[in-house]
Design a protein around this ligand. Structure first.
Ligand SMILES: [Zn+2]
Length: 342
């Protein structure tokens, strides 16, 4: 066979290589543009937050509570990130029914159980330190809809387990990582905000302002919700009330998402809770005073807590529905653990 030869052939080869080179260049430009996009953040209902720390690059942490979990339990979903398909995920939650990654806390302390959900899932708590000043971090009150708060609590558990000195010797820290396990088990979507009775648990606490229903038009209204058939009607609510009654707490943070900022407990806001909120705002950059969307909040955990002996309490919202803002919330934890109040 004669070897292919001639100028014509070389010219064709040169053209083919030029086309190849051009295609690779286009791909590189597209990839560069894609990876240089800013991360999606809240804009519709809340101002864009400038967090003092970069987005954490986390790997999902598996959760397996030591011992044999009940066979009926679904693993706690802690998939930290949704595909970044919407640029405004804080205001518009991406519906995500993907299989959650279980969290493993194999070498951590055994959980205590403060009670059981409507569907009989345990509501766990963990304890760190043995000091006389008691503090509480609670997450997941709004279920899978705000499951990045559960992911944050799980990260804090892992961190505290490997950094025992993070809790000062005169402190005891309790973490309830998932107050609404039935909601969390429903996945990360708007249907997963309420408990299995369709109740918004952060409107079910027996405060003086508790109501079964409210003006939804100015509040979160992606799905119908209620405050319960009565104040304190839900087992999850009663479990937390019982825990708070029996642990004299100096202060607590109840985590939410997203983006509205830090809400002090009390009606009107209790001064010690305002003081805690101010300090947390400095540590995290989360808005305080919180963004006012015209919503009236009734029957909240933070209000009930300060009305029932907790020194200070805040509802604190993460910046969006995906991230855990771990570095910022590690600073928040140090604020909490050093908070003395009045
Ligand atoms: Zn919430």
């Amino acid at each position: 066979m004669p070897a292919p030869s001639g100028k014509k052939h070389r010219r064709l080869a040169a053209i083919a290589w030029a086309i190849n080179g051009l295609a690779i260049l286009v791909l590189l430009v597209v990839a560069a543009l894609y990876f240089s996009r800013p991360p999606g953040e809240a804009v519709a209902i809340a101002p864009r937050l400038s967090m003092p720390t970069p987005r954490p690059t986390l790997t999902a942490m598996p959760l397996l509570i030591k011992g044999s979990p009940r066979p009926t339990l679904t693993p706690v979903p802690t998939s930290y990130y949704l595909p970044s398909v919407t640029p405004n995920a804080a205001a518009t939650l991406v519906e995500d029914y993907s299989t959650p990654t279980p969290f493993i806390f194999a070498d951590g302390p055994d959980p205590g159980v403060i009670g059981y959900s409507v569907q009989d899932r345990p509501i766990n708590f963990f304890s760190f330190g043995q000091g006389e000043n008691h503090y509480l971090v609670i997450a997941g009150i709004h279920g899978g809809y705000e499951s990045n708060t559960v992911a944050l609590a799980n990260q804090l558990l892992v961190y505290l387990n490997s950094h025992p000195n993070a809790v000062p010797s005169d402190d005891t820290l309790y973490i309830i990582p998932d107050m609404n396990p039935d909601g969390v088990a429903r996945g990360r979507n708007a249907d997963a905000r309420v408990n299995a009775n369709g109740v918004d648990l952060n409107r079910n606490f027996p405060t003086p302002n508790w109501v079964p229903d409210w003006d939804h038009s100015r509040c979160w209204n992606e799905r119908p919700t209620t405050g319960g058939v009565a104040a304190g009607s839900e087992p999850e609510t009663r479990a937390v009330m019982q825990f708070i009654y029996t642990h004299r707490l100096k202060a607590l943070i109840s985590y939410h998402s997203a983006a509205l900022g830090i809400f002090p407990g009390g009606e009107p806001w209790q001064p010690a809770s305002e003081q805690l909120a101010t300090m947390l705002n400095k540590a995290t950059g989360y808005p305080y005073p919180p963004v006012d969307i015209g919503c009236t909040y009734t029957g909240t955990l933070a209000d009930w807590a300060v009305e029932n002996g907790v020194g200070a309490a805040v509802d604190m919202e993460l910046a969006n529905h995906q991230d855990t803002d771990f570095a910022a919330n590690l600073r928040a934890l140090q604020i909490l653990l050093n908070f003395q109040g009045n």
